[in-house]
Design a protein around this ligand. Structure first.
Ligand code: MG
Length: 276
């Protein structure tokens, strides 16, 4: 991986891969849903990738429809308008950073949860409260967070090489700090940006950091698991991108690196043809 002088990391879904907190999020949301069992069953199907709604698809908050490569579908997966044209258009809107109207891009499991809550008519204030309660749960010392073996060592080694490393998350500061601490990553980033407002907020920050640390944007590598938030704006700025895609999104991906596991980053960095 030649000439990378700055790495910017997303946090959730990127620097750890635990999913147990989604179970808690689901319980909190379902308590406000009129049909508790149906809510829980839908979540199980989403988590196990048996549900029609998958990461990389779209959900319409107004009509409750799903849009995927097969066409427009009901929540249960019945195709009501076959063909990929509509999906291709929405994917193009994501690539061009256009407004999606009533459609939500399901960029990660947090967005699956938002769609699920909308489908089950969970009031927005309950969604917000449940999100914050889930983040508080993740902060608790007794709740473990599964770390990525070798990640801490990778970041430390890059620091020794003088690579600037930055964290940029959309999540709030207190819980994100707690998570960074649990992962053993405290003190390893030159800058930590919370509530970054990705996607729109990312590129202005990347430009700011590149200027501050004297690197050019094509020497920046953005690492993240949400295609719309992490990859699209960084690519537009001319940065290199590492798209972490454990769910295998069904649309084309335009990223410098496209991998299912973050460990592949370590391999790319050290690969002989890219030796530094
Ligand atoms: Mg993420």
């Amino acid at each position: 991986m030649p000439d990378i002088r700055m790495i910017v990391y997303d946090l959730d879904g990127t620097l750890y891969r635990d999913r147990r907190h989604f179970r808690r999020y689901c319980e909190l949301l379902a308590a406000g849903a009129p049909r508790l069992r149906a809510f829980e069953r839908d979540w199980e199907e989403i988590e196990e990738e048996r549900h029609p709604l998958r990461v990389g698809m779209f959900f319409n908050g107004r009509t409750g429809q799903i849009c995927g490569p097969k066409g427009l579908m009901t929540w249960e997966g019945e195709v009501v308008q076959a063909g990929s044209a509509f999906y291709d258009d929405l994917v193009n809107d994501v690539e061009q950073e256009r407004d999606l109207g009533d459609w939500l891009y399901i960029g990660d499991l947090w967005w699956s949860m938002i769609a699920l809550a909308a489908w089950h008519r969970v009031p927005p204030e309950r969604l917000r409260e449940s999100f914050l309660a889930t983040r508080a749960y993740m902060m608790e010392d007794t709740v473990p967070l599964r770390t990525v073996p070798g990640l801490r060592e990778f970041i430390q080694a890059r620091n020794r090489e003088g690579v600037v490393q930055i964290l940029a998350t959309n999540s709030p500061e207190p819980d994100s700090w707690a998570i960074i601490g649990k992962l053993g990553l405290k003190g390893l980033f030159q800058v930590c940006s919370f509530v970054t407002g990705k996607p729109a907020g990312l590129l202005p920050r990347l430009r700011e950091w590149a200027a501050k640390f004297g690197v050019s944007l094509d020497e920046v590598l953005m690492v993240g698991d949400n295609y719309r938030n992490d990859v699209v704006p960084a690519r537009r700025g001319g940065c290199r991108t590492f798209f972490l895609d454990p769910h295998r999104v069904p649309h084309p991906v335009h990223a410098t690196y496209h991998e299912r596991r973050i460990e592949s980053l370590f391999v790319h960095w050290n690969s002989p043809q890219n030796s530094r």
